[in-house]
Ligand binder design. Structure first.
Ligand code: URA
Length: 239
């Protein structure tokens, strides 16, 4: 159990600077259990705390773990240059709390993007040592052939990579689509592997991470949801 003053609670939840949060509280914009609390120094247990700011309800969260179904034409970079950043698709509190993508998807890649403000979680999820499978559905420009699948499974040599990179598994979905599972996350890896195997990736969607699938989350493009503990455990269940 931990008791904190309301101004610090709001600050930790991404509602601005401490001063800004104090002003918000003094202006009567923050309520707890339906009653406005105008004293920034009032202290509350943070466990299971629910509060409202401008009438919108929030649960206190020590850390945020979310999945965004990333649409095309959004960048994962902190300083996006050609397209809006993925953080613009989330409540602004998340940027204040330094929520960031776990790894990156290309601007034109869609699908499952994990985001968090928990440093050790981000590190563990991104570590190649954890061998967390990432599952992609790729649309190939030329028809998918058994030879293409065989090359991706055997490993292809990419420029700047000392050893060939292979898919953990790979299967044809239809004439032009294949599912490919990778454990690494090298720059443009799926696209470069398809190109090295003599085809071209026209579209790419990440459909699962570990045992957690985008289909199970039921998110439309641009939608996001919090992950509970059981869902987070699934992320590493395929590892
Ligand atoms: N591989 C790619 O080529 N692009 C992505 O966005 C993810 C994996």
């Amino acid at each position: 159990m931990s008791k904190q003053t309301l101004d610090r609670i709001l600050q930790s939840q991404g509602f601005g600077t401490r001063k800004g949060c104090q002003k918000l509280i003094e202006a009567g914009e923050v309520s707890i259990a339906g009653a406005s609390v105008a004293d920034p120094r009032a202290a509350f247990e943070t466990d299971a705390l629910e509060f409202a700011v401008y009438g919108e309800s929030w649960d206190y969260r020590e850390h945020v773990y979310i999945v965004l179904n990333k649409p095309a034409n959004f960048e994962c970079s902190r300083k996006p240059s050609h397209h809006p950043g993925v953080l613009t698709l989330l409540p602004e509190q998340f940027a204040w709390r330094d929520v960031q993508p776990v790894g990156r998807l290309d601007h034109d890649t869609t699908g499952m993007l994990l985001m968090s403000d928990d440093g050790p979680f981000i590190h563990a999820q991104s570590s190649p040592k954890k061998h967390i499978p990432k599952i992609y559905a790729a649309t190939a420009h030329d028809p998918v052939t058994p030879e293409l699948i065989a090359s991706l499974l055997a490993g292809v040599k990419l420029h700047d990579e000392p050893a060939p990179l292979a898919a953990v598994s790979c299967r044809q979905l239809d004439d032009h689509r294949l599912e490919i599972v990778l454990e690494q996350g090298k720059y443009h890896q799926v696209k470069r592997m398809l190109a090295a195997a003599g085809n071209h990736c026209d579209a790419l969607c990440r459909i699962a991470i570990g045992g957690l699938t985008l289909a199970a989350l039921g998110l439309a493009e641009g939608e996001w949801c919090y992950l509970d503990e059981a869902q987070r455990a699934l992320l590493v269940s395929g590892a």
